[in-house]
Structures are given as structure tokens and as C-alpha cells.
Design a binder for this molecule. Structure first.
Ligand code: BG6
Length: 369
């Protein structure tokens, strides 16, 4: 079943271009995103004054990227809530709240209970799910399926990129329905979406060997930090989670701006730090802030591994390693930047002789609360 790949995870990472392409397919009409499953469901988005995205683990990090897309295109305030925290307080939700759940399996009990709770409170519910006919979509008013295909490895990879893709589609669909997205912006986003599969394939082709070699050198590393800003922040969290899950290495992701508020105390000579550098084409200010974060940690001896777009030379004087990704729109970069982090975790686990598909203590889908 692994089709010649050393692990399901390796196979599933290689399938990411297809996971994204298959999730987009059939959802673009005349240069605009139209999700056929949501035909006749415009009322889900009209009159909504708040969106809550709820999920666990990797899916919650996809949700954090989705927050940026939904706010930008559909102009609705969005909160991301861990599903297991959601119903143990008294959240302010009602008929004008849309609760979007994200689950690869569609069976995660924590997420299911959050969806049921939201429905009881009168909220509208939409699920993003990779498994046809699973329990969470059945309990939701509407479902947008990701078409990543079956994911076997416990650590989620292709489902994650498909989830982000589905959230981008949802943001574009909702923006169109709500009249908050111009046709020109919608068309530009569709062009970005269409270009993604080939760009992910390019990251795999260009960086797989480099990142694998890097992980081999770092097999004895005891701690790795990940920094990002804007949509790079959830990707930093995801990079850290992958490493914890399959390499059993202490890893933490931070919003780069938090560095000076605490985490910089962790930096000692030799500490490896991955930094996700946003494109200077989107925001020169954001880019400059991240470059200055890199200088701060470098000055304290950190071993800096940057993930930056092709041609960004500003990072070169301060980086020990540079991993390149193709140019993409601001909200589309996470789909490229996460790929080297997935490869890194997989290669490091392999270098340590671990079973990357079946990490200790974890299950693919957790059906207890
Ligand atoms: C965890 C898995 O238990 O559940 C994670 O180890 C996953 O990889 C999380 O992201 C959520 O799972 P699902 O199926 O709801 O997306």
C-alpha cells in the first residue's frame, strides 16, 4: 500500500500537490470560487456576525490560517477555539454565529462535542472534513469536503494542506456571497490557488534532499524552536507539533513578536531556530520585523534556519541555512512553507530510527473526550 515509499508519511507528503488540486477541483466557476455543496446555503453566511473555528491539533492550526482568510475576504470577525476548551465555559454564540469545525477523520470526539454544543445553542454549523459521511459532517448543517484521499500516517500532512485549501475556498465563497470580495480580488485569488499544486511540487523537488540532510545533521538535537508572524505563526506551531509527534524532540512555536516578551531567554549558543520569513512584497514592514527578530536571536548564538521566498536576499547575512519557497500571495504562503517542516520532522524521526507512521502514545483519530 505504501507503493514503494519508505513510510505512509513520505507517500502522503508526496501526494500534497494532488491533495490541493483535488480539493480545488470543481469549485471554481467563471473565475470565482463557487462551492457546489453550499449551493442554496447562502443563508449560512448572510447576517453572520461572528465565526468560530473549532478543531484539535493540526486541524486547529489550519483553522488559524483560515481566520486570516475569512476575515480578509468575508469581513467577519473570526475566533479559533480548541474544541475541547469550547464547551467548558459559557461562549457567546447564537443564531448569527457560524461555527466551522475542521477534522480530517470527522470522528474526533472533542470536535464532535463542540459541534453538538454549538447546534444546541442555536449556532449555524459547517464542517470541513476529509472522510465522506463521517459523524461530524452528519451533525453539521453543511460540509465542505477536503479531497486529500485517505491519510494513514498518524501525523497529518496532506490533510493539513487540504484543510487550508478548503478554508481559502470557504473564505472566497463566503466573501462572494456576502458581497465583501471584489470580482478582481476573487479572480486573483483563484489564480493563486490554481498555481499552488505546481509550487508545492517545486518545494518537494528543490528542497527535499537539502532538508533531509539538515535533519540528519541534527539527529542529536534536544530542542528546536519555530518562529513566525501573521500566517507564519500557525505554521511555526505546526512545525513544532510535527517534531514533537514523530521525533519526540522538545519543540515550541512562537509568534516572532513574542520573542522579546519571554522566549528569547531560551536562546543559547547553538539553539536551532526555524524562522518563517514573510515575503517583503506583501509587507515590507512585516518582513523587516522578522529580519530584525532573526538578528536578535543570531546575536545570542542561535543556529538560524530560515524559510524564505526565492530572491529574498535580506535574510542571507544572518542565516545558517536558507530553505527557499516559490513566490505566492500572502495567504497562500503557508501551503508552501509547511512542506519543508513536515519533511524535516519526518527525516529527523527517520534519522533517529523511529517509526514515523506510528508514533508512540498517539492514535490517528481520538474518539474519546
Ligand atoms: C490528533 C492527531 O489526535 O487529532 C492529530 O494526532 C490531529 O494529528 C488531531 O490533527 C485532530 O484529528 P482530526 O481527525 O479531527 O483532524
Amino acid at each position: 500500500e505504501k507503493g514503494g515509499w519508505p513510510s505512509f508519511m513520505a507517500k502522503e507528503v508526496a501526494e500534497e500537490p494532488d491533495a490541493v488540486a483535488n480539493t480545488i477541483r470543481g469549485r471554481v466557476r467563471d473565475g470565482a470560487v463557487v462551492i457546489p455543496e453550499l449551493d442554496g446555503s447562502d443563508d449560512l453566511f448572510r447576517g453572520v456576525d461572528r465565526i468560530i473555528i473549532t478543531a484539535c491539533g493540526t486541524a486547529s492550526y489550519a483553522g488559524m490560517v483560515g481566520k486570516y482568510a475569512l476575515e480578509q475576504w468575508a469581513r467577519v470577525p473570526v475566533d479559533v477555539e480548541l474544541a475541547h476548551e469550547f464547551r467548558y465555559r459559557d461562549p457567546v454564540i447564537g443564531e448569527n454565529t457560524l461555527v466551522v469545525s475542521i477534522s480530517q477523520s470527522g470522528e474526533t470526539m472533542d470536535t464532535l462535542m463542540a459541534v453538538k454544543y454549538a447546534r444546541e445553542r442555536g449556532a449555524r454549523t459547517l464542517s470541513i472534513c476529509n472522510t465522506q459521511g463521517a459523524t461530524i459532517p452528519r451533525e453539521s448543517d453543511a460540509v465542505v469536503y477536503t479531497h486529500a484521499g485517505p491519510e494513514v500516517a498518524v501525523a497529518s500532512t496532506k490533510a493539513f494542506v487540504a484543510q487550508i485549501t478548503a478554508l481559502l475556498l470557504l473564505g472566497l465563497h463566503a466573501g462572494r456571497v456576502r458581497g465583501t470580495l471584489s470580482a478582481a480580488d476573487g479572480a486573483a485569488a483563484v489564480a493563486e490557488l490554481d498555481a499552488l499544486p505546481a509550487k508545492i511540487a517545486e518545494v518537494l523537488a528543490e528542497e527535499q534532499a537539502h532538508v533531509t540532510q539538515l535533519a540528519g545533521w541534527m539527529a542529536d538535537t534536544r530542542s528546536v524552536l519555530f518562529l513566525g508572524r501573521h500566517v507564519g505563526y500557525p505554521i511555526a506551531l505546526e512545525g513544532a507539533l510535527k517534531l514533537k509527534e514523530i521525533s519526540y524532540i522538545h519543540a515550541e512555536g512562537f509568534a516572532a513578536g513574542e520573542l522579546k516578551h519571554g522566549p528569547i531567554a531560551l536562546i543559547e549558543p547553538g539553539q536551532p531556530v526555524f524562522v518563517l520569513v514573510p515575503s517583503p512584497r506583501h509587507s515590507a514592514l512585516l518582513h523587516a520585523k522578522v529580519v530584525s527578530n532573526i538578528q536578535e536571536i543570531r546575536a545570542r548564538g542561535a543556529r538560524v534556519i530560515v524559510i524564505a521566498e526565492e530572491g529574498d536576499a535580506a535574510v542571507l547575512p544572518f542565516a545558517d541555512e536558507v530553505i527557499r519557497i516559490p513566490l505566492a500571495g500572502a495567504l497562500f504562503e503557508p501551503l508552501l512553507a509547511v512542506v519543508p517542516l513536515q519533511i524535516f520532522a519526518m527525516a529527523l524521526a527517520t534519522a533517529k530510527g523511529l517509526d514515523v507512521d506510528q508514533p508512540r502514545n498517539l492514535a490517528k483519530s481520538v474518539t474519546v473526550e
